[in-house]
Design a protein around this ligand. Sequence first.
Ligand code: ZN
Length: 504
Amino acid sequence: MHPDLLTLRTRLKEHADLESAAALLRWDQMTYMPPGGAEARGRQLATLDRLSHDRIADPEIGRLLDRLEAIFQHQSADSDEARLLRVTRRDHERAVRVPADFVSAFANHRAESYEVWTKARPSNDFATVRPLLEKTVELSRRYASFFAPYEHVADPLIDDADPGMKAATVRALFAELRAELVPLVRRMTAEPPADDTCLRQKFAEEKQLAFGKLLAERFGYDFSRGRQDKTHHPFMTKFSSGDVRITTRVREDDLSEALFSTLHEAGHAIYEQNVDSSFDATPLGHGASAGVHESQSRLWENLVGRSRGFWEAFYPRLQSSFPGELGAISLDTFYRAINKVERSLIRTNADEVTYGLHVILRFDFELDLLEGKLQVADLPEAWRERFRADFGIIPETDSDGVLQDVHWYDGFVGGAFQCYALGNLMSAQFFGAAVGAHPEITREIASGRFDTLRGWLREKVYRHGRKLLPGELVERATGKPLGIGPYIAYLKSKYGELYRLDEP
Ligand code: ZN
C-alpha cells in the first residue's frame, strides 16, 4: 500500500475509533445509564464529538488527500481507493467549512432546546419552546450558509443526511407522491376500519422478545455480531462490522410495538452487518444515506414483515407462543389487524399508507420555515390546517401536532424528515427489482426463507457501504432512477385486496 494511503488510513481509523467510543456512550445512555449520569455523559460526548470533528478537519488530512488524488487519478472511479478518497474528501471539506465555534454553539443550543422540549411536549406548551425553535431556524440557515452557493437554503442540510439529494428533486417526488396518497387514504378510510383488538390483549414481555429475536435471526441478523436491549426510542448502532446492536421497546398491551420495531431495527442492522468488512474504520464503512438505510428497515418491516406470505410461514409459531391470546384468531384477522389503515395524529404510529403524508407535511414546513415563508409563531396553526387538508382531522393539542417529533428540538430544521419517505419509495423499488430478478423470492418468504432476497440485497446494496451515492446505488441496483411508481403500485396492489379500491 502507498505510504500516504497507509498514513491516511491510520488517521481515519483514529477518527472512526473516536466516533465508535461516542456511539458506545450514546448506546449506554439510551439503555442502561442511571439518570444520575446524565450531566457527565453530556460533557463526555461533547468532548469526544469535538475531538472527532478536529480529526477529520485536520489540515494534514487535506494534504494527504491532495497527494493521493494526484497518485490515484488514473484508477477506475469505481475502485475502493478512488471511492475512499472521494468520500473522505467530502467528509473533510464539510467538517472544514463549519467553524469550530459554530459547532460548539449549536451543540449548546441543541442541548438547551432538547431539555425544554422534553417538558413542553407533555405539558402542551409550545410557547416556551418557541423562541428556541426560532433560533434553531436561524442557526440552520447559518449552517447552510457555510456551504454557499446553493440552489435552495435546505440543500446543504438535505445533503448531510441524503448525499446528492436536493430540495427541488425531493419536492418534485413528494408532490407526485402526495397527489397519489391523499385520494388513496380518503378512499381507504371511508371503508369500515380493520379490527385490531387481537393485538391489544396482554402479551408476556419475555415471550414477545423471544419471538422477535427468532424472526430477526431468520431474516439474517447475526447475534454473534449483535445483541438486542430495551430502550425508550428504538435505534440501531454500529461499532464495527463485528458489533452491530439493536434496541426495542415492549408494551405488554400492544403486540405490534416490539414486534415491528424489532423487524425494523433488524433491517438496519442486517445492512450494517453486510457492509464490506474491509471498509471498517473508514468513511466507507456505513450505510449509503439516511434514506437508503430507511429503505432497508422498511423493506424488512413492511414489504416482508407485514406481508401475507410471511405470516403464512410464521403465524402458527406466533400462535403457539400465545395460544390463549391468538389460538382462536385466524391468520386473515391477524393480517388485517397488522395492516389497519387509519387517519392518525402521530407519525411514528402511522400505517404504511398514511405514513408518507406525515413525512411530506414536515418536509414542506422545513422548506417554508427556512425560506421565511412561514414563521415559527404560525407553525401550530399551519400544522392544523395542513392536517385537515391531508387527513380530514385536526390535532387538538400541539403535543399531538408540532411538538410530537424530537427532530427539530434536537437538531437542525431542514433535512430531518425526507429520509423516511425516500426510504419507503426505495424499499419498493429495491424489492421489486429483487423479485424481478428472482421470482422465487415470494415463494421462499412464504416458507420462511430469506436467503435469495438477502443475497440480492447484499450484492446490490449492502456490501457497497458509502461507496456509491444513493442516486447511483438505486440506479445500478434497479436499472432506474428513484421514482414513486413501484411504491404506489405496491400500495395499490396490497391494499386493493384489503380494501375495495376498484371503484373510482
Ligand atoms: Zn429506521
